[in-house]
Design a protein around this ligand. Structure first.
Ligand code: C2E
Ligand code: MG
Ligand code: MG
Ligand code: MG
Length: 286
């Protein structure tokens, strides 16, 4: 029971049957206030090429520095935001902030190939003006489209495959990569995937963590990786926590990985330091 377990905060923000209409209204109001008062922040988690160990980019992950409840993660508040126009507003803010940041990081010599991955919500994809938003952001920060990847889940795409295909085509014609997030957890048909212009599959953490103990999961991952490689896609393993997991995803052929083993998602200044250190060690190894 939420109250007695001390998890009241989480329960309050979880859009379940137990969340009252009052709680939702309050959260909605607090979130609107949060946007206008700089309480939203992006953390960044490095993504590495498993072959070379080089950081090839980062994923932007949203955080809410709530004045009384501490640092909140997206599953706690994004579902409520997605019930209204807030979903699009937050998405636009995320995109702009991430583009501004990567423009800065890409200015460093030797980091021209660096890529920022940004998660796109259902509302942002279907009700926002995604293409316009992207063009505006690239323009505003003089960003090479190749420095941006948008992560979209199967579920969002399958909502209307035909229209999604057009949207994705628009993005990839611009040179912005599309990555399918949480791959394997949704219900995409292979036929639908066939026509979709995307550049990477992200294997969900649930597979990566089960893989070391479950031969079935391992075979599933192997199948996904083989398919991805045959389609000439990057295959990114999410949530690598142990060296055993790293070893396995590498052996199965995943091209990229991210996870706590390398780094947790960290604030931008910490990530700047991480990137600087990483470059020195990579250079030192040559
Ligand atoms: P995701 O896009 O699949 O992001 C990966 C999640 O796994 C992140 O959780 C990340 O912190 C976590 N993670 C990464 N490596 C590890 C690991 O080794 N172990 C464990 N236990 N976890 C790991 P986070 O930041 O809580 O985000 C959760 C989800 O919220 C994301 O899943 C994404 O769907 C959504 N999200 C995050 N930021 C945004 C955003 O800016 N916009 C939108 N629309 N959704 C976002
Ligand atoms: Mg993601
Ligand atoms: Mg993911
Ligand atoms: Mg995931």
């Amino acid at each position: 029971y939420a109250k007695s377990s001390g998890k009241r905060t989480y329960a309050l923000f979880t859009p379940s049957m137990h969340t009252s209409a009052m709680d939702r209204l309050r959260l909605d109001a607090e979130l609107r206030h949060a946007i206008d008062n700089d309480q939203l922040e992006l953390f960044y988690q490095p993504i590495l090429a498993l072959g070379t160990g080089q950081v090839t980019g980062v994923e932007a992950l949203l955080r809410w520095r709530h004045p009384t409840r501490g640092l909140l993660v997206p599953p706690v508040f994004l579902p409520i935001a997605e019930e209204s126009d807030l979903g699009v507003r937050i998405g636009t803010w995320v995109l702009r902030t991430a583009c501004r940041q990567v423009a800065q990081w890409c200015r460093e010599p030797g980091r021209e190939q660096f890529r920022m991955s940004v998660n796109v919500s259902n509302r942002q994809f279907w009700q926002g003006r995604l293409i316009e938003d992207v063009i505006n952001c690239l323009d505003a920060y003089g960003l090479d489209p190749g420095c941006l990847a948008l992560e979209i889940t199967e579920g969002v795409i399958m909502h209307d495959v035909r229209q999604a295909t057009q949207l994705l085509a628009g993005l990839s014609e611009m040179g912005v990569e599309v990555h399918i997030d949480d791959f394997g957890t949704g219900y995409s048909s292979l036929e639908a995937l066939h026509d979709l212009p995307f550049a990477a599959l992200k294997i969900d953490r649930s597979f990566v963590s089960r893989m070391t103990t479950s031969p079935r999961s391992r075979e599933l991952v192997r199948t996904i990786v083989t398919m991805g490689l045959n389609l000439d896609l990057q295959v990114i393993a999410e949530g690598i926590e142990t060296s055993e997991e790293l070893d396995l995803v590498r052996r199965l052929g995943c091209t990229h990985g991210q996870g706590y083993l390398y780094s947790r998602p960290v604030p931008s200044d910490e990530c700047t330091k991480y990137l600087a250190e990483q470059r020195e060690t990579t250079v030192g190894h040559r």
